[in-house]
Write a protein that binds this ligand. Structure first.
Ligand code: ZN
Length: 146
């Protein structure tokens, strides 16, 4: 089983992002390094939510923005460790849409429930599987380092 590790500053930043965009979803990327037991996150990058049709329950990072994030990560010796988004007034569990739109095998997907504008629960799901047909979300604990 994997563990997602991140500094408290990153944990607080991604939760604060969800409070700022409430009642809409926020989204962004997590940058880090792979370890034997999961990702060690070093930083997070905010992304604009490009879904204008239904920003309160859908999120998407524009491909061009993703390429830019990836390039900057490489320059710092980091990889894309995963992605995060918020669920305004919904539990921190992945939706069928979240699963359908998750394509980064081996990455962690963090979801934060923002209830009445306050970040509550954050959960992480590791996208397991060798290919798109076999993919599945495995819950993984988030370890916050002080
Ligand atoms: Zn979602």
């Amino acid at each position: 089983m994997n563990v997602l590790r991140m500094p408290r500053s990153v944990y607080e930043a991604i939760r604060a992002h969800g409070e700022e965009t409430y009642p809409n979803e926020c989204c962004g990327a997590l940058l880090g390094r792979p370890t034997a037991e999961g990702w060690q996150v070093a930083s997070s990058v905010r992304a604009g939510n490009t879904r204008t049709d239904s920003a309160h329950n859908r999120y998407q990072i524009a491909p061009v923005e993703l390429v830019k994030i990836q390039r900057e990560a490489r320059r710092d010796g980091l990889d894309i460790a995963g992605f995060y988004h918020s669920h305004p007034d919904h539990p921190a569990q992945w939706s069928t849409t979240d699963f359908a739109e998750a394509h980064w095998l081996g990455c962690s997907y963090v979801i934060t429930e923002v209830a009445h504008g306050k970040a509550v629960v954050s959960n992480s799901f590791f996208l397991e599987g060798a290919n798109e047909e076999e993919k599945r979300f495995e819950p993984e604990p988030i370890h916050v380092d002080d």
